[in-house]
Design a protein around this ligand. Structure first.
Ligand code: SAH
Length: 255
């Protein structure tokens, strides 16, 4: 018996074993002993993860998939099943570093990425498959249409590598869009620590009106008097690098 794909859970099961193996090979398995897989479904990635020298945890919301996994992968014990990824408290659940992997449910892609950012201190590495547009947005560089809030917030904390594209016909049922696999390697940029909240506010406000110059887009945050002639304010958000956003945040904080 296999699991019947449920659309409302974003279930598209990967059917290509070589691609599954390639995704798992994207993890380095160094500097951590625990790996959390999000949305394992019928375990196409899990099977390769369980061959590795690491303790594997699975966050799966679908009871039918959980039953399937328990039946087919005896290495997974009761305490390795942790339910809805969006609801778990990662620092309460893991007392050490944990890498994250998954062929993620696409309906909650951005929420998954934002959760990883929120817990970056515990997550040294992530390898994941997203719809291609989301993968590209996470990896985007300045002055492109994909470069936005997601790119800047992710890249402030992680190096992002776009690994490869996956065609829709290797899934059952096939999704409507192509997929992209990316790897995040934790590498928090200097100058961010202690300024995270203001940084997020500036990035969000800047891109929320991305066609306007920052002098206009950031008005909602009451730009400090001493920054009013800052050259960045004559530019649009998409023209600033991640480092520019961080240095601007520091100047704002010190103003
Ligand atoms: N990894 C499998 C399944 C991918 S489909 C494969 O590659 O074949 C996405 C999976 O995410 C489904 O099994 C779905 O039940 C699960 N899922 C959806 N929302 C979830 C959530 N909030 N937390 C954990 N798992 C979730």
């Amino acid at each position: 018996m296999s699991v019947k794909a449920k659309k409302y859970l974003g279930q598209h099961f990967l059917t290509d074993e070589n691609i599954a193996k390639k995704i798992v090979d994207g993890l380095s398995f160094s500097n951590y002993n625990k790996v959390l897989e999000v949305g394992p479904g019928m375990g196409v990635l899990t099977k390769y993860l369980l061959d590795e020298d690491a303790e594997i945890f699975v966050a799966e919301i679908d009871n039918e998939s959980v039953e399937y996994l328990k039946k087919h992968y005896s290495k997974l014990k009761e305490n390795h099943f942790i339910g809805d990824f969006l609801k778990i408290n990662i620092d309460g659940m893991f007392d050490e570093q944990v890498a994250v992997i998954g062929n993620f449910p696409y309906n909650i892609s951005s929420q998954i990425l934002f959760k990883i950012i929120d817990y970056y201190q515990q997550i040294p590495e992530m390898v994941g498959m997203f719809q291609k547009e989301v993968a590209e947005r996470a990896a985007a560089v300045p002055r492109t249409k994909d470069y936005g809030i997601l790119s800047v917030l992710v890249q402030a904390l992680y190096d992002v590598k776009y690994l490869f594209t996956v065609h829709e016909n290797v899934f059952n049922p096939p999704p409507k869009v192509k997929s992209g696999v990316i790897r995040l390697t934790r590498n928090p940029k200097e100058g961010l620590a202690g300024n995270e909240i203001l940084f997020k506010q500036i990035v969000k406000a800047g891109f929320n009106q991305r066609r306007k110059k920052l002098s206009n887009a950031l008005k909602v945050l009451n730009i400090p008097e001493s920054l009013k002639l800052h050259p960045f304010l004559n530019q649009r958000a998409e023209e600033l690098s991640v480092e520019d956003f961080i240095s601007f945040t520091q100047e704002w904080k010190n103003s």
